[in-house]
Design a protein around this ligand. Structure first.
Ligand code: GLY
Ligand code: MN
Ligand code: MN
Length: 464
């Protein structure tokens, strides 16, 4: 946890952003896996964590915007709990640790919200994403669970996004630490990568590192020799010489700050010429994003510039043709790169995605697109100092997509289908690092860089 002043300042900033009503922030409960006492690893709601700091189940918080008062709610443990869990701090102690002197049992929360509803006061709450929260919101507000999504507060969503989007120095320190755990995970993957090794063996080792040095992985690890499937969570293959192993994995610290990196390496330890050609194109795009990313620039423009690097390179290799700018404007390159350049990252690996991507990654100026490929961009708006985003271009040869586009002769003036056909056994490449937007530019998070050039990767795999 950070110093209590951090949480007080954040809540004070939220008070300033919304003039009236009550902000209701629900903490997450335990989530049973297969019976009530056998739960998934506990994960606090990131917005609750941001304003109230505690990563424990059964908590809630209120900001009374009219009375300028904050409240902290939870039930003190019973002797039965102490027998099974050991001594626990009281709710009053937990509240005091985050600068909230007014703490009460949960039944008081029901009473306060009930009274506010009776008086017709506005209750600001965020879109629920856990089913128990739908029911909790129904019990508190009287709005039917099936309808609560219609009553979420856009004012609160926008205020939370505005605050959480710019990372404070104490958060950046955590994100740098999370990147270090990511470094350990990815270099371990490179060390273990050999023909004949099962993907699962390496993926399991990465899970272990994430929990040894932090809390857990920041999302289920993608580790596969079939990187052409973007979110391939299967780990069933024995790695084969000639294939590329794509590892997209990150750590979440006990503070819940995340990392998210991707590396693609040759199973044999040495890239073939064809793999090198495509890899260097993706890397050129990836490095170009870091050059362009700075305050005031839209990330959509960075995404499109990276697409052009890729399209130009694919043209040089004979896979694309025609005018590169026109090809990218038409979306022809999306056959190879059907996803966006990146997303915000912080307390969530896809930061604040639960609040709605259009509020997080877009604004009145930069709107989401419905063009295939560009529509998958999660972050398009102008960058600001303190933003943390991922830079994750890729190039994929997805046989089913190639077949579909080829049959329809889609973008045939920009795509050399006869050449593309020869790459249907290629797989996919993605390279991902996490970027901090600084005062006048950007930097990668983490003190050490995971090997990324062809030379660095081959040398690392040879020597480890
Ligand atoms: N977790 C997948 C990604 O966004 O990189
Ligand atoms: Mn990733
Ligand atoms: Mn990512």
């Amino acid at each position: 946890m950070f110093d209590l002043s951090v949480y007080k300042n954040r809540r004070a900033a939220l008070h300033k952003k919304i003039p009236h009503g009550i902000v209701l922030l629900l903490g997450n409960q335990e989530a049973p896996a297969n019976y009530p006492d056998n739960t998934y690893r506990y994960r606090q709601d990131s917005t609750f964590l941001y304003f109230f700091g505690h990563s424990l189940p059964g908590l809630a918080g209120i900001l009374d915007l009219d009375a300028h008062r904050d409240y902290f709610f939870g039930n003190d443990v019973t002797m039965d709990d102490i027998i099974w869990m050991g001594p626990q701090p009281s709710i009053a102690e937990l509240g005091a640790q985050v600068g909230v002197p007014r703490s009460y049992p949960l039944k008081q929360l029901n009473k306060m919200i009930g009274e506010a509803v009776a008086k017709g006061r506005k209750i600001h709450f965020l879109p629920p994403y856990r089913f128990d929260h739908y029911l909790w919101l129904e019990a508190l507000t009287g709005i039917r669970a099936a309808a609560v999504q219609n009553y979420t507060s856009v004012e609160l969503i926008k205020a939370v996004v505005a605050l959480r989007a710019s990372k404070e120095p104490c958060e950046i320190e955590e994100l740098d630490k999370a990147a270090h755990v990511g470094y350990l995970m990815h270099t371990t993957a490179m060390k273990m990568c050999r023909p004949g090794v099962k993907e699962q063996l390496i993926a399991g080792a990465l899970d272990g590192i994430a929990s040894q040095y932090g809390s857990m992985v920041s999302f289920p690890t993608i580790l596969t020799q079939h990187g052409e499937t973007l979110h391939n969570h299967g780990h069933d293959h024995l790695l084969e010489k000639g294939h590329l192993m794509l590892t997209d994995a990150g750590a979440e610290l006990t503070s819940s700050y995340c990392s998210d990196h991707t590396r693609t390496v040759p199973v044999s330890g040495k890239f073939t010429d064809r793999q090198k050609d495509i890899y260097n194109l993706v890397l050129a795009g990836h490095d170009h994003a870091l050059e362009l990313a700075k305050p005031g620039v839209t990330y959509q423009s960075v995404h499109l510039a990276v697409c052009k690097v890729l399209a130009r390179g694919l043209k040089d290799l004979g896979l694309m043709k025609g005018d590169t700018d026109e090809a990218v404007a038409a979306g022809a390159h999306a056959l190879f790169l059907p996803h966006g350049l990146g997303h915000m990252m912080g307390l969530d690996v896809h930061d604040m995605e639960n609040l709605g991507q259009t509020y997080v990654g877009f604004d009145d100026e930069v709107r989401p697109s419905d063009q295939f490929g560009l529509s998958a961009l999660r972050m398009g708006r102008r960058l600001q100092e303190g933003f943390v985003i991922t830079d994750e271009p890729g190039c994929y040869f997805i046989p089913a997509l190639i077949d579909k586009w080829k049959a329809a002769r889609l973008h045939a003036s920009f795509l050399n289908y006869d050449e593309i056909e020869k790459f249907k056994d290629f797989g996919g490449i993605r390279i991902e690092d996490d970027i901090l937007i600084t005062k006048d530019g950007s930097r990668f998070l983490g003190k050490e860089r995971i090997p990324v050039t062809v030379k660095e990767i081959e040398a690392f795999m040879r020597n480890n």
